[in-house]
Design a binder for this molecule. Structure first.
Ligand code: RP5
Length: 163
């Protein structure tokens, strides 16, 4: 019997985005969700982007996390080519600190949806979390792991301010 395909694809515009997107991968690892990570640039490798997005559903992916920086077309272009939910992570750019990436990803015209997360690592971490929450709608074991994750988060916050 062959193993199930990874349900999450993590794509990024450049290898330089990986240190940020790794936060999504780490969250998926912590929750026991398999993923594949690939460099797929909207403007440097448009044919690769087209082939990936068109084939993503047939390949078995259920959710796509797409990170890009600057004039960040990748999440929107990918969303236009697939029915799968796309979670966009704006990468913190050098010149404009990721505000360019955020605006490029979040300002999708109505009709093609990209779920946009925060700039940088917090956004990547939450993209992993949100991907897991989407998958947990049809995976009770994953839903239980998510409940444990949230309980541990809550338990880690002390009410007092003493050292
Ligand atoms: C975007 O350009 C990538 O997503 C990356 O954030 C940015 C810079 O890419 P590199 O010049 O570091 O390859 O396409």
């Amino acid at each position: 019997m062959s193993a199930s395909p990874a349900p999450v694809a993590i794509i990024m515009g450049s290898r330089s985005d990986w240190p940020t997107l790794k936060a999504a991968a780490d969250m998926l690892d912590a929750l026991g969700v398999a993923y594949e990570a690939k460099v797929v640039s909207a403007h440097r490798t448009p044919d690769r982007m087209y082939a990936f997005a068109k084939g993503a559903k047939a390949a078995g992916f259920k959710v796509i996390i797409a990170g890009a920086g600057g004039a960040a077309h990748l999440p929107g272009m990918t969303a236009s080519l697939t029915d799968l939910p796309v979670l966009g992570v704006p990468i913190e750019s050098k010149t404009l600190k990721g505000v360019d990436s955020l605006y490029s990803i979040v300002q999708m015209p109505g009709g093609i949806a990209v779920g946009t997360l925060a700039i940088g690592e917090p956004g990547a971490k939450n993209a992993g979390l949100l991907a897991a929450q989407i998958l947990a709608l049809s995976d009770d074991a994953l839903a239980q792991r998510l409940a444990l994750f949230r309980k541990a988060l809550t338990d880690s916050v002390a009410e007092t301010v003493e050292d």
